[in-house]
Design a protein around this ligand. Structure first.
Ligand SMILES: *[C@@H]1O[C@H](CO)[C@@H](O)[C@H](O)[C@H]1NC(C)=O
Ligand SMILES: *[C@@H]1O[C@H](CO)[C@@H](O)[C@H](O)[C@H]1NC(C)=O
Ligand SMILES: *[C@@H]1O[C@H](CO)[C@@H](O)[C@H](O)[C@H]1NC(C)=O
Ligand SMILES: *[C@@H]1O[C@H](CO)[C@@H](O)[C@H](O)[C@H]1NC(C)=O
Ligand SMILES: [Cu+2]
Length: 145
């Protein structure tokens, strides 16, 4: 005979099982679509068109490693909104270097409920400023209870 306590415990196990299942709904999106991560594509516009994004969604940055014919790119997280507006790399955190975007690309999972300010860090912020290689995402929690 099931006691109320074991029923409650069963419910908790069920709820946590469906919380784990949330991972199954996470999206993986290639930044820039078929344009990949390159100089001169409007990533702000791309981010608007791909909103909203959710917690645990993954972004894939694809860029060829540098050689004599390709330009180097990278991925940085800028420290705050002001730095994002100004393409100021002071205090930014490099998450992918110039070689990390080859092959299947560099995958970044947005695990925290916070704004993420992505930018290319090459040429001291020039790719960010003039090359439009920056965008912001505030991933939302997925709610489906
Ligand atoms: C990039 O796209 C945004 C959003 O659509 C737009 O406001 C902005 O003017 C565009 N930038 C350029 C340089 O075209
Ligand atoms: C995944 O991303 C695509 C493209 O932005 C969107 O159409 C779709 O609704 C997203 N799926 C989920 C489960 O969020
Ligand atoms: C440079 O890299 C690109 C893309 O990976 C490749 O198509 C091209 O052949 C390479 N060029 C040289 C000179 O290695
Ligand atoms: C960049 O950000 C740092 C830290 O906030 C600040 O000290 C510096 O003045 C900024 N640089 C420019 C050019 O605004
Ligand atoms: Cu770049």
């Amino acid at each position: 005979m099931a006691s109320p306590i074991s029923y409650a415990q069963g419910l908790i196990i069920l709820l946590s099982a469906s919380m784990f299942a949330v991972d199954g709904f996470a999206n993986t999106t290639v930044v820039g679509g078929t344009e990949n991560w390159r100089f001169g594509f409007n990533y702000t516009n791309w981010a608007i068109q791909n909103s909203p994004m959710y917690l645990n969604d993954a972004l894939v940055f694809k860029f060829d490693p540098p050689n004599s014919t390709t330009f180097p790119h990278s991925v940085y997280l800028l420290r705050d909104f002001q730095s994002f507006l100004a393409c100021n790399l002071t205090g930014a955190k490099m998450v992918a270097d110039v070689t990390n975007g080859g092959g299947n690309g560099f995958k970044f999972v947005m695990k925290k409920w916070q704004p993420y300010y992505f930018a290319c860090g090459e040429h001291d912020g020039l790719h960010c400023k003039i090359g439009l290689m920056k965008f912001a995402v505030f991933p939302l929690p997925r709610c489906h209870f």
